[in-house]
Design a protein around this ligand. Structure first.
Ligand code: NIG
Ligand code: FE
Length: 413
């Protein structure tokens, strides 16, 4: 497939550039007035229109890029899109001033989703997650991480992970699965937390590893959820089965989660709405990616992460949706990129890099995805005609995406 007269080809990082740290995030290479050739599922070549070789100019399948930009697909490295039911009843509670913790204590929250999950069939879960995933893809997402964590029993956690495995097989995008049984303590283990940790470590993990159902392990390390010590124990057990951590850290408080994640070689520590100088220093001295989820802050009305200080500490920042029924009922990466600019004060270039190459890095797939380079996967989107790149995050809530291409083919849902 050949795309010609492209106003700007965005995100032309060298193929061996696998992550962008700190100051590098400002650099978003763009080729103006360009052509792009895709062959099979890969990016074959690109260049300036003024220098297009005649054998390429004569090729058949052409899309006109006049006035339009071509971006690498969004890489959404943190979602919980397998869930049994929405929770809009909590929406009204939130509007009336109840906090996330109060709603959870009143029978809402993760345990509410877990109850519904236990009653849902694998087929129902697969159907509803497929609808969500299609919508996300049509909004430009070309790679996604999906977590378990609404099961909280051996059977239900496996059910969720099997749904993710089926999505992996059926969808034309990269999908990573994360095991998040340590999301909340089930009611029956409220006064026997050790019993639940033992269940995760001794029963769930071996079964999940045997069926090869997860790529990563996650823990919600937070006051009222999992302590630093419990997080450490679960992550160490996961490591024995080759699962690297991507964890929920510092969403509601500075909890020591960042440090315990880094200590256990986390690929990413996610959320970071609450940080102090020590947490930023710990990140600075690590390879761990800081994944920020501004649409969660937006929806819950909690703090926005201090992206500027984190970037100033030379850390790699990724942006992701956190799509889930409780804290972020939206999988729109375009809106996340807008919030990255508007609320996290990231420049458009920084936010776009965070949502593409660094998002791919936070799923360890940046060798194949996250930028436009010869030999990388042809997962991209073509925008509507736009005056500039900044117009995409500027026009928040609007979708500037006109055509989605996955594996070199147009995707229509
Ligand atoms: O990332 N913080 C923990 N987990 C989710 C929310 C889960 C829920 O409320 O259902 C999050 O925000
Ligand atoms: Fe989350």
């Amino acid at each position: 497939m050949l795309i010609t007269n492209i106003k700007g080809l965005v995100g032309l990082h060298p193929k061996d550039k696998l992550v962008l740290r700190g100051g590098e995030m400002k650099n978003l290479p763009v080729l103006e007035n360009a052509w792009l050739l895709l062959e099979d599922d890969l990016i074959k070549d690109f260049g300036k229109m003024s220098e297009i070789p005649s054998h390429i100019a004569n090729l058949n399948t052409q899309i006109s890029g006049t006035g339009k930009y071509v971006f690498p697909s969004w890489c959404d490295s943190h979602t919980h899109i397998v869930f049994a039911a929405s929770r809009e009843e909590e929406f009204a509670m939130k509007i009336q001033g109840k906090t996330y913790e109060e709603i959870a204590a009143a029978g809402g929250g993760i345990l509410n989703s877990a109850g519904k999950m236990q009653r849902a069939t694998e087929e129902e879960l697969y159907e509803s997650a497929s609808i969500r995933l299609k919508q996300m893809i049509l909004k430009g997402t070309g790679a996604v991480e999906i977590k378990s964590g609404y099961g909280l029993t051996l059977e239900s956690e496996i059910k969720m992970l099997r749904v993710i495995k089926r999505l992996k097989a059926d969808f034309p995008i990269s999908i990573k699965a994360t095991f998040l049984a340590a999301h909340a303590f089930p009611t029956e283990y409220k006064s026997n937390q050790k019993g639940y940790i033992d269940l995760i470590i001794n029963e769930m993990l071996p079964k999940i590893a045997a069926e090869n159902l997860a790529d990563y392990i996650d823990v919600f390390c937070e006051k009222g959820f999992f302590s630093v010590e419990q997080t450490d124990e679960v992550l160490k057990a996961g490591a024995k089965f080759g699962l690297k951590p991507k964890i929920h850290a510092n969403q509601l408080s500075v909890s020591g989660a960042v440090e315990v994640g880094i200590k256990n070689n986390a690929i990413s520590v996610d959320h970071l709405e609450e940080t102090n100088q020590e947490t930023i220093l710990a990140l600075k001295n690590s390879q761990t990616i800081a994944t920020l989820l501004p649409s969660c802050s937006f929806y819950l009305g909690i703090s926005f992460a201090d992206a500027k200080s984190i970037i100033a500490a030379n850390v790699a920042v990724a942006l992701a949706t956190d799509y889930n029924p409780g804290s972020t009922p939206s999988g729109n990466m375009n809106f996340v990129v807008s919030l990255g600019c508007i609320k996290l004060k990231m420049l458009p270039e920084q936010a776009i890099n965070a949502a593409t190459l660094n998002g791919a890095a936070a799923m360890e797939i940046s060798k194949e995805l996250g930028s436009i380079a010869v030999g990388k996967k042809a997962n991209l989107f073509i925008t509507k005609p736009m005056p500039s790149i900044a117009y995409l995050p500027y026009s928040f809530g609007e979708t500037q995406i006109e055509t989605v291409i996955l594996n070199g083919k147009i995707y229509n849902g």
